[in-house]
Design a protein around this ligand. Sequence first.
Ligand code: SAM
Length: 258
Amino acid sequence: MAVIELDKIDAPDSKPVSLQALRDQATYNWKPAAYLDVYDAFLGGLRQAPVRLLELGVAMGGSLEIWSGAFPRGRVVGVDLRTPQVPKPDGNGHMPYRFKGENIIFRQGSQDDAPFLQSLSAENAPGGWDIIIDDCSHIGKLTLASFHILFPLLKPGGFYFLEDWGAGYWHNFPDGQLFKPEQHLAMRPDGVFPSHDTGMPGLVKQLVDEVAMADIYQKNNGIHDPEAPHRTMFRSLHIFHGVVVIQKVGAGARPIAG
Ligand SMILES: C[S@@+](CC[C@H](N)C(=O)[O-])C[C@H]1O[C@@H](n2cnc3c(N)ncnc32)[C@H](O)[C@@H]1O
C-alpha cells in the first residue's frame, strides 16, 4: 500500500472552503462544529489529495456532502444499514435522497459485514483507504468488528476516526453504563485503577494499550519480541470529547525502544 506523502500533494489553486462553511452548505448538517475542528487539524493538509475516504454511518448524508466538498479530488464512500429517503415531490411515498456531490458513492450494508466491506474496499480503494470514519452504531462490539476488518485496509500513515465514543457512558444506550464515582481518578488498595471498561470507552482504553506495544514486549518482560518497536499499529492516538483519532504507523516509522 502507498504511504500518504504530504509533501507530494499539489498546492491548492485557491484557499479551500472551511469545513464549517461546507457544513453550513450541507442539506442535513448533523456533524458538530467542534468535531470539524478536530478533522480540520488532522486532515487540513490532505484537502487537495485524491483521497479515498470511507464513512460508516450516513444518516441523511450531511457528512458525506462535507467530505465531498472538502476533498474535491477524492472519492467519498458512505455505508449505512438504510438508504437515505426523502418524500417524493408529489407526496406519494418516498425516494432515495440524491446527495449533493459528484464524488459520493453510497452502499447499503452493515458495519460488521466483512465480505461486504472487503469487496467495497477492493472496488473503491484498491491501494488502501486514506481516511476511515466510524460514525455508525457507536456500539463497542460493532465498532471493534469494523476496526478488525478495516484497519488493515487503511494506508500506512492513514487516519481512522471513531465518533461519539462517550455513548458508552449513557445509561439508556444499548451497551452504555453509568459511570461509578469510585472509577474517577482513584486507585484501589490493591493497586488497581478501576475503570469504565464497557462499550466504546472500554475499546478506547484498549487502543491505549496498542500505543504501548514497545513496552509490552520490551526486553525484560520475558515475552521479548525483537520486532516489538514495529508491532504497534499506531503512529499516534488522540482522544477528544466525541472523537478519537488514530494515525496508522507509516513505512518510515522510527522505533522508539528496544
Ligand atoms: C450518527 S448517524 C450518522 C450521521 C452522519 N455521519 C452525519 O454526520 O451526518 C448513524 C447512522 O449509522 C447507521 N447505523 C447504525 N448501525 C449500523 C450498522 N450496524 N451498520 C451500518 N449502519 C449503521 C444508522 O442507520 C444511522 O444512519
